[in-house]
Structures are given as C-alpha cells and as structure tokens.
Design a protein around this ligand. Sequence first.
Ligand SMILES: Nc1ncnc2c1ncn2[C@@H]1O[C@H](COP(=O)(O)OP(=O)(O)O)[C@@H](O)[C@H]1O
Ligand code: SF4
Ligand SMILES: [Mg+2]
Length: 346
Amino acid sequence: MTALLEVRDLQAHYVSFGGERVVKAVEGVSFTLEEGETLGVVGESGCGKTTTCQAIVNLLPPPGRIVGGSIAFAGEELTRKSQREMRHIRGAQIAMILQDPMASLNPLFSIYRQVSEPAYYHRALRGRGLRERVRELLNAVRIPSPAMRMREYPHQMSGGMRQRIVGAIALAGGPRLIIADEPTTNLDVTIQAQYLDLLKELQDKTGVAIIFITHNLGIVARMCDKLAVMYAGKIVEAGTVRELFNAPRHPYTKALLGSMPKLGSKEKLLAIPGHPPDLATLPPGCAFHPRCPEALPTCATAEPPEIQVIGSWSARCWRAEPQEISATDATTDSAKDIHAAAAVGD
Ligand SMILES: Nc1ncnc2c1ncn2[C@@H]1O[C@H](COP(=O)(O)OP(=O)(O)O)[C@@H](O)[C@H]1O
Ligand code: SF4
Ligand SMILES: [Mg+2]
C-alpha cells in the first residue's frame, strides 16, 4: 500500500546571494508517514525542523530551496508540482498550524471569512451549507457561541482561542495531513494541554495524519506514534516513540531525554552542554561529536552511517548496532511511565 507521505533523501539549502554561504538546513532527510499516524519531530532550535516542513508544502522562504530528494504525497511527487497545484494541495490535503497563530490569521478579516475560505474553495460549499460547516468547525474546536464568535476578529480573542481558530481553518478543507510546527509554544501550560487533547480528539474523529514539530518530549509522549530526532539537518534517530524512549541508541536522543523534566522531580532541567553547529560550517565527521559524551576517535573524522537497529528503527551513530531479534529491550514500559509523568510545559 502507498504511504500517505514518503520523504526520501530530502535536501533543502539556503544559499546566500553570490553563493558564498550555503546553509544546509535539511541534508538527506527520509521518513514515511501512514494515514492517521502521528510523527513527532524533535531537536534543538536551528536543526532544520521548520525547513523540512516548509519544503514538504513548497513554502520555503527565499533564499531557501529544495536541492535534492523526493516528496511523495499519496503517491504523487510534490517537488514537481506547480505553485498553483501546490496551493490546491495545501488547502485541501495538507494543512499547517504554526507556532504563532497571528501569523496565519488575517487581522482584517472576520473569523467567519477565514474559516469559511478553505471550505469555499476546496469543498465547494456555499450559502447555508458553508455557514453550517463553519459553525460545525468552530464547535469542533470548542469555540463557545460559534454563531456570535464567527462575526468577530482575531484581536477579540485570547491566544488559546486564536490557536483553536487556526485549528478550525486547518480542518476546514478536510486535510489528510496536518503539519503542526510548535503549535503550543506560545500557550500557557493548561491551555497547551487542552489544545493537545483537542487535536488528539479531532485526529481520532477524522483520521488525519499529523507531523508534530516540538522541542518538548512530553508532548511527543502524549501525542505521537513515531519520533524523528533531528540534529544539524539530519534525522539522527528514528523509530517508534516506545523504542526511542525505552532504549535510545543515539547519544543526542539520550541527551534530549535526559534534559526532560520528570513530574514530581525537583531536579533542574539539564541543558545539553554546548550549542548546535552552524549549518554553513559543519564540523567534520559526526556533527554531534564536539558535544558527544560517547565520542570515539573516528567520530571526529568520518560521518557515521545510518544503522538499522531493528524494523524501521534507525540511528546515525558509530556506536549504534543492529539489535538481535531475541534480545528485546522493550520489556520495560517506560514510555508509558513517561507519558504519565511528562510535564507538558517548557
Ligand atoms: N530564511 C532563511 N534564510 C537563511 N537561513 C535560514 C532561513 N530560515 C532558516 N534558516 C537556517 O536554516 C537552519 C534551520 O532552521 P529551521 O529549519 O528554522 O530550524 P528549526 O525549525 O529546527 O529551529 C538554521 O541554521 C537557520 O539559521
Ligand atoms: S557517531 Fe560518535 S560523536 Fe556521533 S553521536 Fe555517535 S558516538 Fe557520538
Ligand atoms: Mg522551527
């Protein structure tokens, strides 16, 4: 069966005017997403998460561009689509929810106009049918008194409510994939939790697949089936949330998990020492080696290959090894514990 989304060896760079500086923001990213699945993408700021998603929907800001690889959505190659074709796909099949709801909302248009637009263009709804659809969408994202609220403007709403309106717009065209780029970062902890529960509920109802970009592993434990850990423009470890939470193979995944706060613990959040590298001047070998507590001499000179741990679980690290079938590490249930214990807030 064809996967909903299959990204293969994607490369997206920002090339400065004159070409003297090339930021390799996405460098050989591959992953697969099935219908209805949720993939979490994590990594520190500047590792290429947003660029990956903008490349998928063909919305890379200049001077960014896709320089290699393929993006197949429901079997269709997106990198060869025209802007016009992509506009249709973005409204009807793939929707984005961004970190700052004001960036997706137009302050000059009423909520009704903004929520109805995708339904008007992509579902060909008009008149009473369109009004009904907007009301239904606002109800679905729990906007109280939708008939009244749809006449209002973004500035009349709270941050949490605006983000839910963005959610309604995302759902309006009936998408098969939602890409949510740190959608709860600007919300306070309680509102974040409510928003995440709402997204999950809507996903259960509609069967939409979600790519969830976050730097918060608590959110991943709560929301995602699969996880891709990005570092310096590459996916350095990928697998199911359970696999990666139970027995991470890549030292960067271990460091991210180690930096996550546990509920009830008074321990301070452990920051990972050092900084991610400048993507225009990457260190030789493994890009993580200057910060890696487990680095080997080879790590400073040779780039590690991608090792298949087991099934679809992979890690780019000289220390990673294929797992023997009999030796299962998945006997503990720490992913579930983490789920229960995860603090959603930053
Ligand atoms: N418009 C841009 N022009 C030039 N470089 C950019 C632009 N946007 C992002 N970058 C660079 O691309 C890299 C990846 O950025 P981004 O995809 O935003 O990472 P993340 O979402 O993981 O924080 C960073 O080094 C960033 O500086
Ligand atoms: S390849 Fe080496 S430096 Fe890179 S993460 Fe693995 S052990 Fe650390
Ligand atoms: Mg980002």
